[in-house]
Design a protein around this ligand. Structure first.
Ligand code: FAD
Length: 400
């Protein structure tokens, strides 16, 4: 097994790490205090630099304007980008747009690709994904109440969604709605493209997350669909295939999150070590790092991050070489392992910073607030564990 990073990839990683350190980390204080929307002009300037470096949309297919990195290559890059909360957005490979690009690329009609995919990859528009409902369990997404009823050439959509990440300011949503209520459970829902300026698409609010509503890209919307009428030509993929397509979207989507979380782990780890070395805790100038309990945290976090990284890159390699279906076990494993590793590492880093860690004067509190959700979205820890265990147990029936 060869762990060598190719020369091409190493050159990209060096460039990106340097860019993140020089251009994005200095923006963090302003970002956490002023919010995303006010920062947009600066962010657009940084995006222009990324285009000039020819690193725009690194993981998107080349035939629609991306760089076409493999998942394994994107995994390496994503760790570098994840060191800043703005990294993925500035390089244009952020969720939920990344998942929506994949769906449109695989299932969009030529007209949908022209109208939605091309401008999305080019960064001219943004999107969101609305599946989870207020009154139904997201962990069992076949239970949906949102309906899309055919009416001539149109669908009329009614329903109540929430946690549509980045709905605020998005140009269109990919909405999961029941179109075929009489069909078997897994064939009842469809994906439908809904432009957000359609009458009946109502963004009720940005949901406060641990005290912060967020805004624009950094927000999670509650959406009420009230007789929202869209052409039937906005159907994405075959009618009734919403869940089949969602499975395709969520597999790679999960690994994208894990790759980003590795960057958060690495950044928090670096901050923890620097603070432990710099913070003097005795009159004769001994640093926090001189204490064995802190040393143990440093060693444990380093080992946990390395384990999470290797698991994630292995899953990426398996998806690249054998497809997402063959990597189902690996995807489920990394989803809960990396999410928990990140939570532990961010928490330890915050603890080492003491009171400072609780403030917004470092990025750690932002990571702590925003990333707790990692253990819930795209399949809660428990759901992944239960389904992984079920599949593994089937491999070992009792001997007759
Ligand atoms: C920050 C954030 C961003 C999100 N972004 C999006 C988005 O862009 N689009 C979108 O459609 N949705 C999004 N979601 C929604 C997310 O996917 C759901 O919250 C998730 O699927 C869980 O669904 P639920 O909240 O309804 O929890 P429930 O389904 O009610 O589950 C609650 C808890 O019960 C436990 N549980 C559930 N089922 C089982 C089981 N079978 N066995 C054992 N334990 C179980 C788990 O601990 C789970 O956390 C987002 C959520 C968050 C927090």
């Amino acid at each position: 097994m060869d762990f060598t990073v190719s020369e091409k990839m190493q050159a990209i990683l060096d460039l990106v790490n340097e860019f993140i350190d020089r251009e994005l980390l200095p923006l963090e204080a302003e970002f956490t205090h002023r919010g995303f929307r006010e920062m947009l002009p600066v962010i657009r300037e940084k995006q222009e630099k990324v285009r000039q470096m020819e690193l725009w949309a690194p993981n998107f297919p080349t035939d629609c304007g991306g760089m076409g990195l493999t998942l394994l290559e994107h995994g390496l890059l994503s760790e570098a980008l994840g060191r800043s909360p703005l990294g993925h957005y500035v390089f244009w490979c952020q969720a939920p747009d990344a998942g929506n690009v994949e769906i449109l690329h695989l299932h969009g009609t030529p007209e949908q690709k022209e109208k939605y995919l091309k401008p999305l990859v080019a960064g001219r528009i943004r999107s969101c994904f609305a599946m989870t409902e207020v009154d139904m369990p997201g962990s069992n997404p076949v239970l949906l109440e949102t309906t899309a009823v055919a009416d001539g050439d149109h669908y009329i959509i009614n329903g109540h969604k929430w946690f549509a990440t980045a709905a605020d300011g998005a140009d269109f949503a990919i909405v999961m709605a029941v179109t075929n209520p009489e069909a078997p459970e897994y064939l009842q829902a469809s994906m439908i493209i809904v432009p957000t300026d359609t009458p009946g698409f109502n963004l009720v609010r940005n949901i406060p997350i641990m005290g912060h509503e967020g805004e624009d890209y950094f927000s999670h919307g509650e959406i009420l669909f009230q007789s929202c009428r869209v052409p039937r030509s906005n159907l994405l993929g075959p009618e009734g295939h919403g869940f089949v397509i969602a499975q395709e979207r969520l597999g790679p989507g999960r690994i994208h999150h894990c790759m980003r979380w590795l960057g958060i782990c690495q950044r928090s780890f670096e901050m923890m070590c620097r603070r432990a070395n710099a913070r003097k805790i005795t009159r004769d100038g001994k640093p926090l790092a001189s204490r064995q309990i802190i040393q143990a945290w440093v060693a444990e976090c380093a080992a946990d991050i390395q384990a999470a990284r290797l698991m994630t890159l292995y899953a990426a390699w398996k998806i690249d070489t054998q497809g997402a279906k063959a990597a189902r076990h690996e995807i489920s494993m990394i989803k809960f392992v990396v999410a928990n590793t990140m939570q532990k590492v961010v928490d330890r880093a915050l603890q080492v910073h003491g009171g400072l860690g609780m403030t917004d004067d470092t990025i750690l509190a932002f990571f702590f607030r925003h990333e707790r959700a990692a253990r819930i979205y795209d399949g809660a820890d428990e759901v992944h564990k239960v389904s992984l265990a079920r599949r593994l147990l089937q491999l070992y029936p009792p001997k007759a």
